[in-house]
Design a protein around this ligand. Sequence first.
Ligand code: G3P
Length: 224
Amino acid sequence: MLATPVIVVNYKAYPQATGPAAVKLTEALERVAHRAGASVAVAPGLVDLRHVAEATKLPCLAQHCDPIMPGAGTGHVTVEAIAAAGAKGSLLNHAERKLGLEVTQASVDRLRHVGLWSLVCAGNVAASRAAAALHPDMVAVEPPELIGGTVSVTTADPLIVSAAVRAVKDLAPDVRVLCGAGVKAGKDVRRALELGADGVLLASGVAAVAEPEKALLDLLEGLR
Ligand code: G3P
């Protein structure tokens, strides 16, 4: 499992984090994470996953996968395929790639079957509890309206973080809880940990900025 506290950087489909830029970005983030001795994981786009995984020791997560068995499945991405590409796990049910509970459960189970981790995203406290009931490795609570914004969930809605942490841990104490949406600075990371989270899931604050190394350095301050 990912060492916690952890910062997971989702590259989404940002052009600054796609293609050759995804590899360059990852190398830069790895330098910073390594120097700080911090736990950082990255989630590049599926097409870039193998290239990124081959270029780094940082744990790589897929942004999505499908629970279908290998075989006839045009356009689907199996857990075996992401494992072969070097992924250690996968995000599931991101607000931008919703799956529904049944498919998410099937994906969690398939990932576990091949020895990969699952990080299930949820938009609120009830959804976090429902996600925890699927027994993934991690749940990330991210209010959709704050995603990509300038105000961190830890400032805009700290209660959703602490309540999601409680809801998940009451049901499944081993499941790690991350929070995300608008997380951009060390103070946001610090607050997330104070609220009981095991780390943060973020994107634009690192994957869509001119100086990602500087951005990650600031974020890592929050882990101290
Ligand atoms: O997966 C991370 C995410 O949805 C939050 O995005 O840009 O608000 O950090 P962002």
